[in-house]
Design a protein around this ligand. Structure first.
Ligand SMILES: C[S@@+](CC[C@H](N)C(=O)[O-])C[C@H]1O[C@@H](n2cnc3c(N)ncnc32)[C@H](O)[C@@H]1O
Length: 211
C-alpha cells in the first residue's frame, strides 16, 4: 500500500496474519453497539466499520443495513466471510493509506464506526490525512462514532511467527505498546472537526461527530 509519509512500514498484506478474529469484541465497541441498538433509526444505512475484529458488529447490524468492513488482517477477513452475512462487503485496507482515500473518494456513508481512530497511526501527518478522508466521506446528516476509552489506546502491531498446538506455526499481529502521542485527546479531535463543519459531542463513553 501507499502512504503520504515516509515512515517505515511492514507489509501486512503478504501473509495471512491472525489478529482479532477469535477474540471477544472490546467493551469499547460494545458501548457503541449498545448506543446504536437504542436508536430506532439504524436501518437501511450505509455503514463503514473500520477494524472489523471478530465481525460481531456486522452480525448485529448487517441484516437491515449495508456494511463495508475494513481490516489489515487477512484472517479477520476469512472469519468474516465464513459468517456468510448478507449486506457485508469486506476490504483488506489500511485506513491510513492512499488506497483507502481512493476508496472513500467513491463511497460515502451514513455512519462510520472506528473504536480506535488514532492508536495504530505512524505519524500525525498520516493520522490527519485519514481523519480528513473519513470526515469527507460522511454523508450529510451522517455521523462518525468512536469510543472515549478507545481514544486512549496507543497500541502498535508487530508481525510475528508463532506456534500453538491447535494451529502449529502461524503468523500473528502481536500488540506492543506504541507511541503515547497516539492517545487521541478530545480537544485535538474537536479542532480537526471544526475545519470540516462537523459538530463533536462527547459523553462518558462515546464521542459523536455529526455533519
Ligand atoms: C483491537 S482490534 C478491535 C476490533 C473491534 N473493532 C473491536 O473493538 O472489538 C483493532 C481492529 O482494527 C483493525 N486495524 C488496526 N489497524 C488498522 C489499520 N491501519 N487499518 C484498518 N484496520 C486496522 C484490526 O485489524 C482490528 O480489526
Amino acid at each position: 500500500m501507499n502512504y503520504i509519509c515516509n515512515c517505515k512500514k511492514t507489509n501486512l498484506n503478504d501473509k495471512p496474519y491472525t489478529y482479532w478474529e477469535d477474540r471477544d469484541i472490546t467493551t469499547d465497541e460494545l458501548d457503541i453497539i449498545n448506543f446504536l441498538d437504542k436508536k430506532k433509526d439504524i436501518t437501511s444505512k450505509s455503514i463503514l466499520h473500520i477494524g472489523i475484529g471478530n465481525s460481531y458488529f456486522a452480525k448485529k447490524f448487517s441484516f437491515n443495513n449495508n456494511i463495508t468492513g475494513i481490516t489489515i488482517s487477512q484472517k479477520e477477513i476469512a472469519k468474516a466471510e465464513s459468517l456468510n452475512l448478507l449486506n457485508y462487503q469486506l476490504l483488506l485496507l489500511d485506513k491510513y493509506s492512499i488506497e483507502f482515500k481512493n476508496f472513500l473518494n467513491k463511497n460515502k456513508f451514513d455512519l462510520i464506526v472506528d473504536t480506535n481512530l488514532k492508536s495504530y497511526s505512524c505519524c500525525l501527518k498520516t493520522f490527519e490525512f485519514m481523519i480528513h478522508n473519513i470526515f469527507k466521506s460522511i454523508k450529510p446528516k451522517g455521523m462518525l462514532i468512536t469510543s472515549v476509552n478507545g481514544m486512549k489506546w496507543f497500541k502498535d502491531l508487530k508481525p510475528k511467527l508463532s506456534f500453538s498446538f491447535r494451529k502449529f506455526f502461524f503468523y500473528k499481529l502481536k500488540e506492543i505498546s506504541g507511541n503515547k502521542h497516539n492517545i487521541l485527546m478530545p480537544d485535538e479531535l474537536k479542532n480537526l472537526s471544526k475545519k470540516y463543519n462537523i459538530k463533536m459531542s462527547i459523553d462518558d463513553k462515546l464521542c459523536y461527530l455529526k455533519k
